[in-house]
Ligand binder design. Structure first.
Ligand SMILES: [Zn+2]
Length: 136
């Protein structure tokens, strides 16, 4: 009795993997052939890859690049001075900062308007810019 049970378990474990039914990742049809096959054919493969790869419109890519550059410039300034920095507006613009693009705004009770590029923000004060870092 016990011996039979043991044999049964062993048989399941040693069952060749190729007997498992695999399905195409793109169209979900069952696949035959090689164990490592993931798609019916090249058509299904490229269809799947196009769907999973993020294909962003050029405008979105362009704005993402601007925002990331802005963030990196703010980060460099904030990190250099331990979280908060004051720089000249002119210097920041010269480094390629684009003041037209930011991700969100934070307005303080005293109506100071901080523009953020992700977790780094800035406040324009005449010809100066105060750079801050927020973990919120
Ligand atoms: Zn397929």
């Amino acid at each position: 009795m016990y011996a039979e049970y043991y044999i049964f378990v062993v048989n399941i474990r040693t069952m060749p993997e190729s007997e498992e039914t695999k399905f195409c990742l793109s169209c979900q049809k069952s696949l035959n052939g090689r164990i490592d096959k993931k798609f019916c054919d090249d058509y299904c493969r490229s269809n799947y890859n196009n769907k999973t790869k993020k294909v962003l419109p050029p405008k979105v890519k362009e704005i993402n690049l601007i925002l990331r550059k802005n963030r990196d410039l703010l980060k460099t300034l904030a990190d250099k001075s331990g979280g908060k920095a004051t720089v000249s507006l002119h210097v920041l613009a010269e480094q390629g900062f684009n003041f037209e693009f930011f991700t969100h705004q934070y307005i303080t009770k005293t109506e100071n308007k901080y523009n953020f590029c992700y977790e780094y923000g800035y406040l324009k004060l005449h010809d100066k810019v105060i750079v801050v870092h927020s973990d919120k």
